[in-house]
Design a protein around this ligand. Structure first.
Ligand SMILES: [Zn+2]
Length: 216
């Protein structure tokens, strides 16, 4: 009896989560990966969702899920919103120095936190441009840490997303777009690693490196 109750609760959580993901226009493949439900179940749930929300227009997206990390590095608007999302991922605890999401072991609990972060992002940002599919990819890419990392902007200290192998000093979208003050040298986004070395060789203090989050 107890085992049956537990199984019922687990199934109920999966179904509730799948409906939540359908509401965010997640692809069938994404819903399967995070909930463990079969494609057939997801299809039936999709029909249930449409029946229960007759006035709501939910697009059923097809094709492959996003896979390009470069999407989050430009344009500045997307980079800024991705940084907001990443900060929310850190707050809910699915990304961070001690929190690495294993893409091979996605769980209902992780996805609920992802939904919480994404729904907070939708509430905070006016005219949000990042889809749930991209948000789900971002949390996996940051968990992998092989292309994207979280760093602090060398100009203002804001949390920002950076290319792991970039030679430029980390700059948030705001600092990267700011005009260079006269006599102050290059702005943060223009401080290439190759140019920072001669400065260190001259005895100048190296550019301040702030603490990093989620980088291994
Ligand atoms: Zn900045």
């Amino acid at each position: 009896m107890r085992v049956t109750d537990d199984r019922y609760c687990r199934d109920r959580l999966r179904f509730d989560l799948a409906l939540r993901l359908i509401g965010h226009e997640a692809r069938t493949h994404t819903i399967r990966a995070w909930t463990g439900l079969t494609e057939d179940r997801v299809r039936k749930l999709y029909r249930t969702y449409i029946a229960e929300h007759p006035g709501e227009r939910i697009a059923r997206r097809r094709g492959k899920s996003p896979q390009r990390c470069s999407y989050f590095l430009r344009p500045p608007r997307v980079q800024q919103e991705a940084a907001v999302l990443a900060g929310l991922f850190c707050m809910v605890g699915i990304v961070g120095r001690d929190a690495r999401l294993d893409p091979r072991a996605l769980s209902v609990a992780h996805c609920e936190l992802l939904c919480l972060a994404y729904e907070t992002y939708l509430a905070l940002v006016s005219a949000p441009s990042i889809s749930f599919e991209h948000a789900a990819f971002l949390v996996i890419a940051l968990g992998r840490g092989d292309e994207l990392v979280l760093r602090h902007c060398t100009g203002c200290g804001a949390l920002t997303i950076d290319d792991r192998y970039s030679l430029r000093a980390t700059a948030c979208s705001v600092c990267a777009a700011a005009p260079c003050p006269p006599g102050r040298g290059a702005r943060p986004g223009q401080l290439a690693g190759a140019r920072a070395l001669p400065a260190a060789a001259r005895g100048s203090p190296a550019p301040a490196r702030l603490g990093r989050v989620g980088e291994g």
